[in-house]
Ligand binder design. Structure first.
Ligand code: HEC
Length: 259
């Protein structure tokens, strides 16, 4: 073997070892890369809330997505968050009231999981103060995911191949409910809808974005929202009134507490 070839061989071994060591150290360290999504037209960047103890990272978002769609995270492997918040139905289930584990009906309709990062309080009655709190509530609801308690859920998760490794990678810890909450909340913060035709007209000033009939509808919608009992005759319609939260999801108010 020539001197040069031998040298190359040594360097190859050194490079491989270095690469391998980097892999090991980065696998044990929780990820620090931040991944805040871009905020489209019509949504208020200032209201996009990410708690300082739960920065968004690509790995955490990916883990949250896995958890959101995993039916194994229910008492009988039949229910995932996505069962009631389906991407194809704007993250709702399109039903008057939702059906959970063993087809039990709840008392409320599933609202969309889109644009929740712009609201401080969650659920129809605002009972969850953060998206982290909200993100684990359904697991122990007897008519949703149906776990008796979080210990039962964690015990089941620890038997699912891969989750332990993923939590170690993202949080540097074993599986915890705190980690589940943070990952699902981070995934939910990526569900953003804005830049609707109504936003492009009302905020972007694009006169051709919606039809004349829709423009009249927008004025009526704004009057009704500002004063539910007002009639168009008693209030003068103006354009560019108060759509500030977003018309991103058509027909839906995105600020909690105003439903
Ligand atoms: C069985 C159906 C069902 C399942 C499963 C379910 N949800 Fe919901 N979700 C609902 C209903 C119904 C509500 C409204 C409840 C209320 O406000 O009291 C809701 C409310 C929410 C909200 C609040 C939206 C708002 O406007 O305040 C979010 C976010 C959400 N769910 C995310 C999730 C996540 C994350 C999971 C999985 C951990 C999940 N849901 C599992 C039916 C479901």
């Amino acid at each position: 073997m020539s001197h040069q070839k031998k040298l190359f061989g040594i360097w190859a071994v050194v490079a491989f070892t270095a690469f391998f060591l980097i892999q090991i150290t980065t696998a044990a360290e929780p990820s620090k890369k931040e991944a805040r999504p871009a905020i489209p037209l019509g949504l208020d960047e200032e209201s996009f809330h990410v708690p300082s103890d739960n920065p968004m990272t690509p790995e955490k978002i990916a883990l949250g997505r896995l958890l959101f769609f995993d039916k194994r995270l229910s008492g009988d492997n039949s229910i995932a968050c996505a069962t009631c918040h389906m991407p194809a139905l704007a993250f709702t289930d399109g039903q008057p009231v939702s059906a959970g584990i063993r087809r039990q009906l709840g008392g409320r309709s599933a609202p969309t999981a889109i644009n929740r990062a712009f609201s401080q309080i969650q659920f129809w009655d605002g009972r969850a103060a953060t998206l982290e709190d909200q993100s684990i509530g359904p697991f122990t609801n007897p008519i949703e995911h149906g776990f008796a308690d979080y210990d039962q859920m964690l015990a089941k998760m620890k038997k699912i191949e891969g989750y332990r490794k993923e939590f170690k990678k993202v949080f540097g810890t074993d599986i915890t409910m705190d980690g589940v909450a943070k990952a699902i909340a981070s995934f939910q913060r990526t569900l953003i809808s804005g830049n609707s035709p109504a936003d492009r007209y009302d905020i972007g000033g694009d006169e051709n974005a919606i039809s004349d009939s829709a423009k009249r509808g927008l004025v009526l919608f704004e009057i009704k929202r500002a004063a539910p009992n007002a009639t168009p005759a008693s209030t003068s319609p103006t354009r560019n009134s108060t759509i500030s939260a977003s018309a991103g999801t058509p027909g839906m108010s995105t600020s909690a507490g105003t439903w």
